[in-house]
Design a protein around this ligand. Structure first.
Ligand code: CA
Length: 760
């Protein structure tokens, strides 16, 4: 351990070891408090290995540049702060290292705060090799920051921040007092690990400043960090102050963009964005004055609009601080952007955002879109941007950009893993050759593992055979581990209690030969108002089964699957393939799947399934009714399935409000057959498919007979709905509404046929 102290403390901090420095080895919170009372510059407080539960860890005091006050774990990664724990740092020249926050959450507004209170804000302090792992408040809409940086000249480096599921920025630099401005903070070599889709504004991974203080300079440097699957919302980074630098960061399969939201004179250089073809992966969004975006590399990005590889926005004339200051004096130079979906100029142009960029340049960029797709788009006037020396290798280019050279460019992958032109004559184009993107082993605490790429239902691989009978399925489900498969044979399975699911489990019927003698599918009947209740960590896949509601009692809110009424931190997945659901009709609103408040499904997928005699809604994702821009499902896919005699809609999705911070919901509803759907008096939407505020929807090749209409309400943003090749008999026309857009409904419609009567 002495060796490590020497390494960490001496090498990093001391030029001359202080003669009187003392080590305080502490084993519990009382001993810690005693040490804190006497700590002086140069002292080291060593926390004993083990669990420190409900630890309100505070460190303050006057260290010196040559003699900091240090709080260190006995061994790196062996001190765990759990339960209701937090860290606050006051004083100056303080170093904290080696801690892991897990199995709990902060009772405060922050997990790590670079201030003890408003009057004791730290400066010249450093937090290094500290881990915050899934230390999220239980309710996704209860907000906190994991890290709040105040003061000046603080460094936050080599830390792991992984798995934040509740609302609020992962790391926020605060400028709300004068002593926190022009701060010179350094945020480097951190691992920002997966942050799941929040389904609301407030899912940024890093924010510097706020609109209120955006006229001040922060002068923060964000360098050589990795952002891995930081999907929370449209802004991965939200720069909301002046003079910040973003250099050498790597973004891996992260939805959203580095957004220069407020404040001027940012420099964004030598960053690498690798989208891997994932939806909504973006690059840099430019707003405000004096922004420089140069020498960056982007590949495989699939975002458009706000999440384009480059989105140069239109501004609001004389913008208030919280809106969009017009782009002026931007320099966008020497970037490589290839295999990416979109570069947009004048993004967001509308009646309010009417000011085009001015006094800006866009030069020597090497650009490649997706073959056969539109790539460079222009939505307003680009005469204020000087274009020079740009080359486009493939993808459509807007007519206004006639100066762009179009030519094929042979590219090869260099040793740094990035693509460059083979022809030396083109070496001045695009990102520089000497980019050296940081790798996973160079960021975060080296002693703490980084999460892999687990499929939701991957897990254990254990398959358990379950025999028909009373509560045989209950016993098997209660004993199952994450990732298990429960396989049912032919026969009836009676379930006499609600099955609580806090794991990923697959329940499937054994394959039966079509037409084989006695080949009846496994059938589940349940005697409670709910068959499955999804809890924290719960994911459910059903396949090759029949589920029958005939034995369920009449209750309020019957649902074959529901989410717990307690908040769920993790996003969940529900899949049904080859499933028959029937006889959910003991009362007038018996749903198949109900996603409740504060629950977000990453994905609900229904395929090759049959639903017959259901009085309620098949997929109800409409619990967030406050119009805060929150919602219950990110991806809903319903394909190749039959719905007959369904009282409510097959899908009921609600995302209300005018917030533009999220990408979803996304709906694919195609190849389905509907008959007598949505006509119950209790169906308040009056629709067979009810989509309110869905951002991207495709409804194609459905056959609909004697049913309520499809209802599509567009709200904010640039919703894209396509209605193609649907056939309707004795079913009303589409009900289409635009709430924030003047003009005809923007849904693209083609090949839809409405017949008065069903074909007899
Ligand atoms: Ca935001």
């Amino acid at each position: 351990m002495l060796a490590r102290l020497c390494l960490v403390v001496l090498a990093a901090w001391l030029s001359a070891a202080p003669a009187l420095a003392e080590n305080h080895f502490v084993r519990d919170q009382d001993e810690y408090a005693a040490a804190l009372r006497v700590v002086e510059a140069g002292d080291v407080i060593i926390l004993a290995n083990g669990e420190w539960r409900d630890f309100d860890l505070v460190i303050t005091g006057q260290g010196r540049a040559d003699a900091p006050i240090t709080v260190i774990s006995q061994e790196a990664g062996k001190v765990f702060l759990t339960g209701q724990s937090s860290l606050r740092i006051g004083g100056e020249y303080i170093l904290v290292t080696g801690l892991v926050f897990r199995d709990g959450y902060s009772p405060r507004g922050e997990v790590i705060s670079f201030r003890r209170n408003k009057d004791d804000v730290t400066s010249n302090s450093r937090v290094t090799e500290v881990v915050i792992d899934n230390f999220s408040k239980p309710d996704r809409y209860e907000s906190d920051y994991w890290v709040g940086i105040y003061g000046q000249n603080n460094r936050f480096d080599h830390n792991n921040l992984v798995g934040k599921t509740n609302k609020g920025v992962t790391l926020a630099v605060r400028l709300d007092s004068e002593e926190s401005r022009n701060n010179g903070h350094l945020i480097d070599h951190n691992y920002f690990g997966p942050r799941p889709v929040l389904g609301s504004n407030g899912g940024e991974t890093l924010r510097i400043g706020t609109s209120r203080y955006s006229m001040f300079r922060s002068e923060t440097t964000v360098a050589n960090n990795i952002f891995d699957r930081t999907d929370g919302e449209v802004e991965i980074i939200s720069s909301k102050s002046g003079g910040n630098t973003f250099r050498g960061n790597v973004f891996l399969q992260s939805r959203g963009t580095l957004t220069l939201r407020h404040g001027d004179d940012a420099v964004v250089e030598r960053n690498v964005f690798l989208g891997g073809g994932k939806d909504y992966t973006g690059g840099v969004r430019v707003i405000n004055r004096g922004q420089t975006v140069r020498d960056n590399y982007m590949e495989g990005l699939r975002g458009e609009a706000f999440s384009s590889a480059l989105a140069i926005m239109n501004g609001v004339p004389n913008s208030p601080v919280n809106r969009y200051v017009e782009v002026a004096g931007a320099t966008i130079d020497g970037n490589t952007i290839i295999d990416s979906r979109r570069i947009g100029f004048n993004v967001g142009a509308d009646e309010e955002r009417s000011a085009s960029p001015s006094d800006s340049s866009f030069a020597n960029n090497l650009l490649g879109g997706i073959e056969g797709e539109s790539f460079l788009e222009v939505y307003d006037d680009v005469s204020g941007i000087a274009f020079a020396g740009n080359v486009v290798t493939q993808g459509g280019v807007a007519d206004e950009l006639g100066d762009f050279t179009r030519q094929g460019v042979a590219m090869e992958r260099a040793e740094n893993g990035l693509l460059y032109p083979v022809d030396p004559a083109l070496s001045h184009l695009g990102a520089p050759r000497d980019l050296d993107p940081v790798t996973l082993d160079q960021v975060g605490a080296f002693w703490y593992p980084k999460p892999g790429n687990d499929a939701v239902f991957g897990g254990s691989g254990t398959v358990t055979q379950v025999a028909p009978g009373n509560d045989t399925l209950v016993a098997a489900a209660m004993a199952a581990s994450d990732g298990d498969v429960l396989e049912l044979s032919s026969g009836e399975y009676i379930v006499s209690r609600t099955l609580p699911l806090g794991i990923a489990v697959t329940i499937r019927g054994a394959r039966v030969e079509a037409g084989a003698e006695g080949a009846v599918p496994a059938t589940i009947l349940f005697t409670r108002p709910y068959l499955f209740e999804l809890r924290e960590g719960g994911n459910l896949r059903l396949a090759n089964l029949t589920i029958d509601g005939a034995l369920a009692p009449d209750s309020v809110g019957n649902s074959m699957i529901r989410t717990t009424t307690y908040p769920i931190k993790s996003n969940l997945t529900v899949e049904m393939d080859g499933v028959t659901v029937q006889n959910l009709e003991v009362n007038k609103s018996f749903n198949v799947l109900t996603l409740g408040k504060s629950a977000l499904a990453d994905r609900v997928a229904i395929s090759n399934s049959n639903f017959v005699n259901v009085t309620g809604t098949v997929v109800s994702a409409a619990a967030e009714t406050e119009d805060f821009g929150q919602y219950n499902v990110e991806y809903l896919e319903i394909t190749g399935s039959n719905f007959a005699s369904i009282g409510g809609p097959v899908a009921d999705i609600y995302r209300g409000g005018r917030d533009e911070s999220t990408f979803g919901p996304f709906v694919n509803f195609s190849g389905n057959a509907l008959a007598d759907v949505g006509l119950a008096a209790t169906n308040s939407s009056g629709a067979s498919v009810n989509l309110h505020g869905v951002q991207i929807a495709s409804l194609a090749d459905n056959q609909v007979a004697a049913s309520a209409p499809f209802r599509i309400v567009h709200t904010v943003g640039t919703p894209a709905t396509t209605l193609t090749g649907n056939q309707f008999a004795a079913t009303p026309e589409f009900v289409l509404q635009e709430l924030n857009y003047d003009g005809d409904h923007r849904a693209a419609r083609s090949g839809n046929v409405f017949a008065e009567e069903g074909a007899e």
